[in-house]
Design a protein around this ligand. Structure first.
Ligand SMILES: NC(=O)c1ccc[n+]([C@@H]2O[C@H](COP(=O)([O-])OP(=O)(O)OC[C@H]3O[C@@H](n4cnc5c(N)ncnc54)[C@H](O)[C@@H]3O)[C@@H](O)[C@H]2O)c1
Ligand SMILES: O=P(O)(O)OC[C@@H](O)[C@@H](O)[C@H](O)[C@H](O)CO
Length: 384
């Protein structure tokens, strides 16, 4: 069995690669990072270490690399014969790899390969694979689309494992937390013969992706933006500060009320409280050093309408539930000043050259005047 995986970065090697290899797949990693691709081809294997007591080592074999910028034809060839396609490349990059996936699928079907295939985007976003599907379809000829409809699935997925930016001598080595969760929407799959061990198949992904994004990622970002405002540079240091810990707990109690209100049939209160407690423990993992710059990265994306803050705020408001702590954190996002993050630089430039209200509307997509006003006040309060 073979897999084509786009994005040989932290979560790609540190989680998706591990799971696919553990299920007997050989993996063609696709990436533009020459060092990583060359090293994968030279060695055909790499190591993962669990950032936990005992530091268990996991050896991943039967892997190689394709540089999609230099050898796109090799990616097309790999997709022609593969058994599964996955991505962990960043939500914004999906549109950039879509033309190559479209070409690969077209070549596969033209070669008469009618083996059903699933293309699974493992990104932190709601509807990731559906979004990738829309982008891929923009590059398919009309006469190919019916066959793609028939044989190619784009099931949504949620992946959870904290993998910080790596600073190791070995460019392939990756240290990861021991917690891991990968959920795939089974109802959207075409190849139901492939059931990966270590993956949970759900009849509907929505409750799982919302629980993950509005718990792990809203909480993580809260630690990052609150910590940054207090002068910290790592998640571990920030969460040792009582003020940060209190803020993340307040935020999680607000998103918990939303999750229970929406998905009370799927998750009960005690289970969700334990899930949130576990998440706070994960942020406190002493074996991991995770930069606030990574967790707070791309702040404009994180301010998006369907993202980890604005969506829960909108939905809590619709239900007359409280969202004050979330709102306080949103104000801090606009102050996130990271010179190496192009979105942070852009956001700071926007704030200098445009009225605050316009920046809020452009970044959040909000039309609700009273929410916009609340964000303005939160931004101003965070300045003090
Ligand atoms: N790191 C985590 O803890 C974690 C956990 C769960 C989900 N995720 C999600 O997984 C995705 C990847 O995150 P990451 O932390 O692994 O990032 P990363 O930066 O470590 O990895 C992304 C990889 O994509 C490659 N890439 C970028 N543009 C490309 C292009 N045009 N073509 C081919 N390759 C390209 C980069 O070279 C890099 O190797 C994101 O959506 C993130 O939200 C990350
Ligand atoms: O990857 P982002 O930028 O969407 O979010 C940053 C972190 O919160 C994220 O990568 C987490 O570490 C991960 O989602 C844990 O499963």
């Amino acid at each position: 069995m073979r897999a084509v995986h786009f994005g040989a970065g932290n979560i790609g090697r540190g989680f998706i690669g591990e799971t696919l290899a553990d299920n007997g797949f050989g993996i063609d990693f696709v990436d533009v990072n020459e060092t990583i691709i060359d090293e994968l081809n030279k060695r055909g294997e790499y190591d993962i270490e669990l950032a936990a007591p005992g530091k268990k080592q996991i050896h991943v074999t039967n892997v190689d690399g394709i540089n999609n910028a230099k050898n796109p034809e090799k990616v097309v060839e790999a997709i022609k014969n593969t058994d599964i396609v996955t991505t962990a490349i960043g939500p914004k990059i999906l549109a950039l790899i879509a033309p190559l996936i479209a070409e690969g699928l077209t070549a596969r079907l033209a070669a008469g390969n009618h083996q059903p295939l699933d293309v699974i985007a493992c990104e932190n976003m709601i509807g990731g694979s559906e979004h990738l599907k829309e982008e891929v379809y923009k590059h398919l000829a009309d006469d190919v689309k019916p066959e793609v409809d028939q044989y190619i699935g784009f099931p949504n997925a949620a992946v959870d494992r904290i993998v910080p930016i790596q600073h190791n001598e070995d460019p392939l080595f990756v240290s990861v937390e021991d917690f891991k969760e990968w959920v795939i929407d089974e109802s959207q799959m075409k190849n139901t013969d492939i059931h990966l061990k270590g993956v949970h198949y759900a009849p509907d992904l929505e409750p799982y992706i919302e629980r993950k994004l509005f718990s792990v990622n809203t909480g993580h970002a809260t630690v990052a933006y609150t910590g940054k405002s207090l002068g910290y540079s790592t998640i571990g240091d920030a969460i040792k500060d009582e003020a940060v810990l209190k803020q993340v707990k307040r935020v999680l109690s607000e998103t918990r009320s939303l999750i229970l209100n929406k998905w009370g049939k799927e998750f009960d209160e005690a289970e969700l409280e334990a899930y949130h407690e576990k998440i706070v423990n994960r942020f406190q993992n002493p074996y991991i050093s995770d930069d606030i710059a990574r967790v707070g990265r791309t702040p404009i994306r994180k301010l998006g309408y369907d993202e980890r803050f604005i969506r829960p705020i909108r939905e809590l408001k619709e239900r007359n539930l409280g969202y004050q702590a979330l709102m306080e954190t949103v104000g801090k996002i606009y102050h996130f000043d990271e010179p190496n993050d192009s979105e942070s630089v852009k956001l700071q430039e926007m704030l200098k050259s445009e009225p605050l209200k316009q920046v809020i509307v452009e970044t959040t997509g909000l039309k609700d005047e009273s929410l916009i006003k609340e964000i303005e006040s939160s931004y101003e309060a965070a300045e003090k």
